[in-house]
Structure formats: structure tokens, C-alpha cells
Design a binder for this molecule. Sequence first.
Ligand code: NAI
Ligand code: MG
Length: 352
Amino acid sequence: MKKLNIASIPGDGVGHEVVPSGEQVLKTIADIHGGLAFEFTSFPWSCNYYLEHGSMMPENGLDQLKPFDAIFLGAVGDLNLVPDHISLWGLLIKIRREFEQSINMRPAKLLKGVTSPLANPKDFDLLVVRENSEGEYSSIGGKIHQGEDEVAIQNAVFSRKATERAMRFAFELAGKRRQHVTSATKSNGIVYSMPFWDDVFKEVSTDYPSIQTDSQHIDALAAFFVTQPERFDVIVASNLFGDILTDVGAAIMGSIGIAPAANINVNGKYPSMFEPVHGSAPDIVGKGLANPIGQIWTAKMMLDHFGEIELGAKLLDVIEETTTAGIMTADIGGKHSTEEVTNEIIHRLKSL
Ligand code: NAI
Ligand code: MG
């Protein structure tokens, strides 16, 4: 019996509506599999927790999470209770940083039955591998002078170690997919870090002779996500470029409510974290309108992470069967509730 201990953090808002959906689906899958079991331990860390305790998680929160096999997170943030920079940095970003989740992985795929905002979306199925620990998002820099003399300097950090790590991760994934990696660059405008990025990409690619490669400037690449998303397989990008690309990826899928993500700890020292792309969606909270597919697809990424590739593929098939049957929430044009969509997915899994 393979037993997986999962730390579950619903967080705020619709996190409490979609995390239970994801847990139920994973439990159903474990039952079908027979040799697999999930045990969820729920942590109440959230903005409400902050109001009571003055912090988003206890001081030893990370120690509590460390022994788990993975973290399954909903969403963090409730502007009515706590400013975003406190809530997100006190929980979500703290886990990503301290647990060295140096890779952020976000697939974007045209789900059958879901209407993309693209007029002619073709059958795209791409995966962005984003460097998640450095790059443009560094706290190195500073400000000097006031008023019209004011100057702000923000440094981007590109280490060989982190750059290579993200690229190798992308090549390994491409080897299991359609054998193609695109590098997001901007070496025509950014004259130190991006030529360095290109050099490392060339070096790493020589270790993967069977994988096709190309390099695209980020501006053109973002445009191609809209005009020809079907041409991409795996894309490797720096922190900022990947952040922007993945939002475009979520947009062309049809709703942020279906977009999944994984924050991967590559060195195996800490658990990885699986969370949908969307936030706490305060505008629809408590109404049964939250799309559970982002969280459930995130659960599929967790299955892949644990080597349960076949089960993960089955789950994605069932998600698409459900959308094809028109069982969908309002954000993707349906009229069903969170619970109805979840139950339909569970029902279909059980009848596999
Ligand atoms: P959001 O993603 O919560 O909502 C943006 C829009 O998408 C809203 O119209 C919402 O109703 C819709 N939406 C989101 N999830 C949905 C779902 N599952 N089904 C259907 N529709 C869905 O982003 P927003 O409004 O900018 O942020 C709200 C709060 O969430 C803020 O406190 C923000 O900081 C936080 N946030 C947290 C994230 C995280 O935990 N990873 C990511 C993004 C935002
Ligand atoms: Mg973003």
C-alpha cells in the first residue's frame, strides 16, 4: 500500500469550496486504484487565522508541514481582513521560498467542451516551466533621493545553478511529451542576463539530443500564445516571463477557474505544493459558483508527481468528459454548481 500524507490548506474564500472537491476526487481515485491511499491533514491557516493569532501560520508552521509528502493548497487572500502583501507573503510565498520550490509548472490545454476566447484555438496543449526562485523577482536593489531626483534600482539575478535546474526540468518533461522545448528569451534587449540564459540553454540542450529546441523573444512568444498556441510543447521561462506567459495560458483556456499549477521542490528536501492558479475569488464566494476543475486538475498534477501517470491521465480524461457533457460552472458557460461538477467527476471515475 502506497500511503501519501497530504497537508491540506484551504486558505481563504473559494479555497474552502474547491479544496474539498480535490480531496474527494483523490480519495475516489485511491479507492479505484486499491494500492494507494491519501490521508489529508487540514491546516486552518488563512486571513481568519491571522485575525485570531496575528500571523498567517504558527511560528513552527513550516516545521509542521515538512514531514508531509505534498501540500494541497486552495487560495490565500482576503482584502477585507488582511492586506495582500501580508497574507500572501506570510503563507503562500513563504512556503514557496522556504521549501525551495524552485520550479513552477503550469499547463495550458484546450479542454474539450470548453470555449476558448480564441476564435480558432486549434488543439493546443502546452506546459510552461517557470524558474520560481530568482530572476527578475529578487529583493536586490534600492532607492535613493527624493522628488525629481528619485531613483529606483531593481536587480535581476540569474545563477547558473537555478537557470540550468529549470532548463533540465523542462527537457526531462519534454522527453515524456512531444519532445520540444522553447526557451523564452529577450537577448536582443537585455544584454547580460538573457544572453547568459541563451548560453545555458544551448549547453543544456546538448545533453538532450533527441529533443527539438527553439528560442523566442518573450514579446513574440506572448503573441504566439494567442495566434498559434498549438505550436508549443514545453516552454522554459524566467520568473517574470513565466508569470506573464502562464496568465496568457490560463486566459486562452477559457477561465482562470480551470488553470492548475505546481510548485516543485526539485532537491527532495521539502514537500512540493499543488495549488490552482486562481485566487480566493471574493466576488463569488459562498454561492456554489466556484469552478472546482482548477483544483482537481492540480490534483492530477500531484498524481503525476507521485508517479501515478496513468491515473493522472484518466482523471484528465474524466474532467474533459464532464465538460464535454456540459456539466460546467458559470465561468465556462455552464449552469452547474461546484458540488454538481465535483459529483459528476467522481461518478464518472467510479464507473471507469
Ligand atoms: P481571483 O483569481 O480570486 O479572481 C479573479 C476572477 O476570477 C474573479 O472574477 C473570480 O470570480 C474568478 N475566479 C477565480 N477563481 C474562480 C473559480 N474557481 N471559479 C470561477 N471563477 C473564478 O483574483 P483576484 O480577485 O485578483 O484576487 C482575490 C484574492 O485572491 C486577493 O486577495 C488576491 O491577492 C488573492 N490571490 C491569491 C492567489 C493564490 O493564492 N495563489 C492567486 C491570485 C490572487
Ligand atoms: Mg501571475
